[in-house]
Ligand binder design. Structure first.
Ligand code: MN
Length: 492
C-alpha cells in the first residue's frame, strides 16, 4: 500500500485526525531521504507500525507515538522537540520505545541454541537494557505494544536485512518478544512472531516441517470440513443456534515444539487442526461440551476447563479431545466471543472495549509486571537477574488459590514458601507449615495448578537457609536473603 493510502486510512479511522496528521508531517520530514534495507522510503515502516496499533484499536496517542517511534533515535529531530510538539505522554511512549531499541544481543559470538533445548537457556542480552524494558513496561504497557508492532514489521521485512543481523533479530524475537506477547495474552502475535523467526534460526527443521505437514493439514482440513456441518446440526437440535464454528491450524513453531515432545510422531498430535466453537455465553460453553461428549467419547485426560481455571495470561476456553466420526481423534475448543477476542488480542482487547487505558487498572491481571519491576530494583548481580528472569518471567506459570479463593500466579515448581511471600512478606518470614488442599505438606513440596494453599504462621518462626534450596521466585529468595543477612549482622 502507498504511504498516502495508509496515512489516509489512519486519519479516517482516528478520533483525533489532526494529531495523526501532525505526527505524520513531523516524522515524514525527519525521515526524508532515509531508506529501509528493502529500498523503500523509511516512513513506510512507522506507518505500518501505526497501522498495526490501529488494528489493535489503541488510542490516538499510541498511534501517533507509533508514527514517531524511530524519530529521536534515527533522525536529527530530538525527543525534546517531540515533547514540545506533542506533550509529555506521547514523548514518554516514544522515549520508552527508543530505549527498547537498544535491547540487543552481543554482536559477536551469537550462538543459536539447539532447537530441543529450552529457549530460556540462551538469553544473554545486555542486562541494563532488559531493566529498561521492564521499567518502561511497568510505567506504561503501551510502550511494549508499540515495540511489538515495531518488531512485527521488522520481522516481515527481515529478508532484506544483512544475513549476519537476521539471526540476531530472529533470536531476540523468539526469546524475548514472543514470550512477552504471550504474557500479555496476545496469542496471535505470539504465534506470528515465532513462526516468522523459525525459518531464520532453524532453516532445515522448518523445511522438514513444511514438507511433512502439508498433506496432513490438507487431509485434516477435509475431514473437519465434513465434521463441521454435522456438529452444527447436532448443536442446533439441542437448541444452540447462535454458533460460529471454524477450523484453526496450529502455528508452525508450536507444532514443532509439540512434535519434539512426541518423538516427531504426527499421529500423536491430535490438535494439528482443531475445530473452534464460539457461542454466546459461558453456560452455553458447558452445554456444548456436554453435547459433544454425549455424541462422541472423550479422550481421557484431555478435557481442560480453562474457563473455571484460566491460564496465567488470562486465556479462557474449554478444550476436549474426542473419538469423533469414523473414530478419528479430534480436538474441540469452546469459548465465548469475548474470550475469543481476548485470546487473540490479549491486553489490546481491553483497550478496544475502552475498559480503562492505564496499566494501573490492569494491575491484578498483570501483577507480574509490577513484581518484575520490584525485584529488578533489588537484585544487583547480573547473573542473578538473568537467572531470575528466565525463571520468573519466561517459565510456565501455575495458578493456585488462597483459602478465600484469590488466585495467585506462580512459576512452575514454586513451593508454599513462594506462595506465602506473594501473599505478604511477613507471612513468608513467619511461615511454619502449609496445608495444600487441606493436607499438611512439607514446605518444599512443589505446588500444582489449582492447588488451594493455606499457610500456617508461627510467631517465633524465622526464614531458614534451607528455604533457598527450593524456593523459585525472586520475591521469596530476595526476602529470605535479606532476612539472613540482617540476622548475620546482628549476631556478629
Ligand atoms: Mn522501528
Amino acid at each position: 500500500m502507498l504511504n498516502q493510502d495508509l496515512l489516509q486510512q489512519l486519519i479516517k479511522t482516528s478520533s483525533e485526525p489532526k494529531l495523526i496528521e501532525k505526527a505524520f508531517e513531523i516524522a515524514n520530514d525527519a525521515h526524508k531521504g532515509q531508506k529501509r534495507f528493502s529500498g523503500e522510503d523509511y516512513i513506510q515502516h512507522p506507518l505500518r507500525v501505526a497501522q498495526t496499533l490501529n488494528e489493535f484499536k489503541l488510542d490516538p496517542k499510541t498511534i501517533a507515538a507509533g508514527i514517531l517511534h524511530d524519530v529521536p533515535e534515527d533522525t536529527s529531530v530530538s525527543l525534546k522537540e517531540v515533547e514540545k510538539n506533542f506533550g509529555k505522554e506521547i514523548a514518554f511512549l516514544v522515549d520508552g520505545v527508543s530505549k527498547l531499541g537498544k535491547l540487543r544481543y552481543p554482536k559477536t559470538g551469537l550462538e543459536i541454541p539447539s532447537i530441543k533445548k529450552e529457549p530460556q537457556k540462551s538469553i544473554d542480552l545486555k542486562v541494563e537494557n532488559l531493566r529498561k524494558l521492564f521499567f518502561a513496561m511497568s510505567e506504561d504497557l503501551r510502550v511494549v505494544l508499540i515495540k511489538l508492532a515495531d518488531r512485527l514489521d521488522n520481522m516481515k521485512t527481515l529478508n532484506f536485512v544483512p544475513k549476519e543481523k537476521q539471526k540476531r533479530i530472529a533470536l531476540e524475537t523468539l526469546e524475548i518478544f514472543a514470550p512477552l506477547a504471550n504474557r500479555l495474552g496476545m496469542g496471535e502475535m505470539k504465534g506470528t512472531l515465532e513462526d516468522m523467526a523459525f525459518p531464520y534460526l532453524y532453516p532445515e527443521e522448518f523445511k522438514w516441517l513444511i514438507e511433512n505437514v502439508k498433506e496432513r493439514y490438507e487431509e485434516r482440513e477435509k475431514y473437519l470440513k465434513m465434521v463441521q456441518p454435522i456438529l452444527i446440526k447436532i448443536l442446533k437440535e439441542e437448541g444452540i443456534t447462535s454458533i460460529n464454528v471454524h477450523q484453526r491450524a496450529k502455528h508452525y513453531w508450536s507444532l514443532y515444539q509439540k512434535l519434539l515432545e512426541h518423538d516427531m510422531d504426527f499421529e500423536k498430535n491430535y490438535d494439528l487442526i482443531a475445530l473452534r466453537i464460539i457461542v454466546d455465553d459461558v453456560e452455553t460453553c458447558y452445554k456444548t461440551l456436554g453435547i459433544i461428549h454425549k455424541h462422541w467419547k472423550p479422550f481421557l485426560g484431555r478435557i481442560k476447563d480453562y474457563i473455571a481455571l484460566p491460564k496465567p495470561n488470562g486465556y479462557q476456553s474449554l478444550h476436549t479431545t474426542v473419538f469423533c466420526i469414523d473414530g478419528k481423534i479430534t480436538e474441540f475448543q469452546i469459548r465465548t466471543s469475548k474470550m475469543h477476542t481476548e485470546a487473540e488480542e490479549g491486553i489490546c482487547a481491553h483497550w478496544a472495549r475502552k475498559e480503562e487505558i492505564a496499566f494501573k487498572t490492569q494491575r491484578r491481571k498483570f501483577a507480574w509486571v509490577q513484581q518484575l519491576r520490584n525485584w529488578q530494583k533489588e537484585v544487583s548481580g547480573t547473573k542473578e537477574f538473568l537467572k531470575g528472569l528466565k525463571f520468573d518471567f519466561f517459565k510456565n506459570r501455575i495458578f493456585v488459590f488462597t483459602p478465600k479463593g484469590d488466585v495467585i500466579d506462580l512459576p512452575e515448581g514454586a513451593s508454599s514458601v513462594d506462595f506465602a511471600y506473594v501473599v505478604h512478606s511477613e507471612i513468608g518470614d513467619k511461615c511454619a507449615g502449609a496445608k495444600v488442599n487441606g493436607k499438611m505438606v512439607p514446605l518444599s513440596q512443589p505446588l500444582k495448578n489449582g492447588d488451594m494453599v493455606e499457610i500456617i504462621v508461627g510467631k517465633s518462626k524465622k526464614p531458614s537457609q534451607k528455604w533457598l534450596e527450593f524456593t523459585k521466585t525472586n520475591l521469596a529468595r530476595s526476602n529470605i536473603k535479606k532476612w539472613l543477612k540482617k540476622e548475620s549482622m546482628t549476631s556478629h
